[in-house]
Design a protein around this ligand. Structure first.
Ligand code: CP
Ligand code: NVA
Length: 261
């Protein structure tokens, strides 16, 4: 497997690399300075050349179009390891974690608090397939992509709500989910976002409002004391580490599926 990383990573890199070796494969890490896709060489050429040496390609890129171009021109399966638009492997692992800790995703209430980002888009796409109640509570102006919200609503499978009121949103949650306020590629906006996102920190009070059945989830890495407090990550109802572990198991299943086993 060729693993293309235009951005940093711990979980995605190590879970794919360790996971693929557990399956008997070998993974090659290609960091931001290695192939410089789109700069040193066109994406369509990278796709065709890597397809000659590998059975599968995994890529973490900035522009979503890059993963679409890779998939279009590669002759082997291409797995999305995060783009600016979405992060499907993360949400597959999250659903596995919910199944393990709550029993099933169907019928649960998943409340995301924070930026309407790539994680939210993958939750919305999941909500187009499996019926559950998904709420995104984000500051005004930081809502998820409208077309993706519309697509999830049009699917008519799940209840979808987008709100600017985290306190109201979390009541009765099965899962309160958080992510960084400034994603990779937006770090220069971090200071501004910290001001705008006041009131969207998941802290002990917000978890109390959520109620006793609420689990806390976060895709990690977390900025403790920013979008979530230490207390919440370390609480017994926090399932962030089993969630991180499940990246590997969920992705192994995806790779076995793609490689025909
Ligand atoms: N959750 C996640 O994708 O983590 P990394 O950025 O460390 O891969
Ligand atoms: N939204 C975050 C997720 C990191 C796993 C980012 O894109 O940086």
């Amino acid at each position: 497997m060729a693993m293309i990383f235009a951005k940093p990573s711990m979980r995605t890199r190590v879970s794919f690399e360790s996971g693929f070796s557990l399956l008997g494969g070998h993974a090659i890490y290609l960091g931001p300075d290695d192939i410089q896709m789109g700069k040193r060489e066109e994406t369509r050429d990278v796709a065709r050349v890597l397809s000659c040496y590998n059975d599968i390609i995994m890529a973490r890129v900035f522009a979503h179009q890059d993963i679409l171009d890779l998939a279009k021109h590669a002759s082997v399966p291409v797995v999305n390891g995060l783009t600016d638009y979405n992060h499907p492997c993360q949400i597959m692992a999250d659903v596995l974690t919910i199944i393990e800790h709550i029993g099933q995703l169907e019928g649960t209430k998943v409340i995301y608090v924070g930026d309407g980002n790539n994680i939210v888009h993958s939750w919305l796409l999941m909500a187009s397939v499996i019926p559950f109640h998904f709420v995104c509570a984000c500051p005004k102006g930081f809502e998820p992509d409208e077309k993706t919200v519309e697509k999830a609503r049009q699917a008519g499978i799940s209840k979808i709500e987008i709100t600017n009121d985290p306190k109201e949103a979390v009541r009765g949650a099965d899962v309160v989910y958080s992510d960084v306020w400034a994603s990779m590629g937006q770090k220069e906006e971090a200071a501004h976002r910290r001001k705008v996102f006041q009131g969207f920190q998941v802290d002990g009070n917000l978890m109390k409002l959520a109620g006793s059945k609420a689990h806390f989830m976060h895709c990690l890495p977390a900025e403790r004391g920013v979008e979530v407090t230490d207390e919440v990550i370390e609480a017994p109802n926090s399932i962030v580490f089993p969630q991180a572990e499940n990246r590997m198991h969920a992705q192994n299943a995806i790779m076995l599926h793609l490689l025909g086993n």
